[in-house]
Design a protein around this ligand. Structure first.
Ligand code: ASP
Length: 333
């Protein structure tokens, strides 16, 4: 039996064509399928053009639209493939992972570095890998790119031009295509579990800020964020989790923020491995001023998790509990 797959398109380079103003998304879902000769022989495919945007323009409203479209379609399909611009795909994949609770079917994001109508494009391979991910039954939200499949909350775009544009950070790949087909370490759920209800939790908080600290940063920026009514702040700290406290004491400012009920999560500017606030004096100071440790989450997963957590609750203690929970493989506890 052929698997029934819905292709949802949202734009990005994969659907782009050259215009006088540069590359911009133009092709709809049936036009994309037109380039995938023979795919209909393997899958029973429907398609839906949901958006046609450069992914720089995919923001919170679009995340909600995408999550709702997936949620609506899930009962009728074995899996869903979503094409998306690569620039913000890791954010969308992470947010949709948090929004779809109890998801067992495959929902696979993909895109490409080159438009699908280019002879040298990576689009066809990426789409074939995404469809193979549905075939293999790798559960939950994943991102398929350059013949590899990764958890949607672990994906990071690491290259602007190279075809290996995404890496799975701090987590093994869930699948990889070799000459004998897709190899996977993921376990497909038993068929009777596939249709278990999926809860759509699409309330998110828009008032979340990401601050990358640099040497010499003016710590007043933190009180300014509080005046701007941000409810959540992710701090990308140095190394295992450091920031300045000798000159320009950020610790004092952070203590004021957490005392006002603002949730502050600390993650690392380093791409690989976990932040750890229990090693250095500065880390311990951070912990005692009430910040939440981000562990080994990517920045993309940390920001979207904080937006999602603050959408679920106003209580900072509940936010802390959400961060101490692994929902979809986003954190190693
Ligand atoms: N600017 C494009 C986008 O994110 C890049 C791409 O898709 O590769 O929509």
């Amino acid at each position: 039996m052929k698997k029934k797959v819905l292709l949802i398109t949202t734009g990005g380079t994969i659907a782009a064509q050259m215009s006088e103003d540069g590359l911009r998304p133009e092709l709809g879902s049936s036009e994309l399928l037109h380039y995938l000769d023979g795919l209909h022989n393997y899958y029973d495919i429907d398609s839906q053009e949901l958006l046609n945007l450069d992914s720089s323009n995919i923001q919170i409203d679009e995340w909600i639209l995408i999550a709702r479209a997936i949620h609506r379609a899930l009962p009728d399909y074995d899996g869903i493939v979503v094409t998306h611009g690569t620039d913000t795909m890791a954010y969308t994949a992470a947010m949709v992972s948090f929004m779809l609770r109890g998801l067992k079917k495959p929902v696979v994001f993909t895109g490409s570095q080159m438009p699908i109508d280019h002879l040298l494009t990576d689009a066809r391979n990426n789409l074939y890998t995404a469809f193979a991910t549905v075939e293999t039954g790798i559960p939950g939200v994943t991102l398929a790119f350059d013949r590899k499949v990764m958890n949607g909350t672990r994906a990071v775009k690491v290259r602007t031009m190279g075809f290996e544009a995404f890496e799975s950070v701090n987590a093994p790949y869930l699948g990889e295509v070799f000459a004998d087909g897709m190899h996977t370490s993921a376990i497909a759920p038993p068929p009777e579990e596939l249709n278990a209800p999926v809860e759509l939790c699409d309330k998110v908080c828009r008032d979340v800020f990401l601050l990358k600290v640099v040497p010499g940063i003016n710590s007043d920026v933190l009180s300014m964020l509080s005046c701007m009514r941000y409810r959540g702040i992710v701090i990308e700290a140095f190394g295992a989790g450091g920031l300045q406290f000798v000159h320009g004491n950020m610790i004092e400012q952070l203590t004021n923020l957490t005392a006002r009920g603002i949730s502050v999560v600390v993650c690392s500017q380093c791409l690989y491995e976990a932040s750890n606030l229990s090693i250095y004096e500065v880390g311990k100071k951070l912990l005692s001023c009430g910040v939440i440790p981000g562990g080994d989450m990517t920045t993309e997963a940390t920001v979207t998790k904080l937006m999602w957590a603050l959408g679920q609750t106003n209580d900072p203690n509940e936010v802390r509990k959400i961060f101490a929970t692994n929902y979809c493989g986003e954190i190693t506890l």
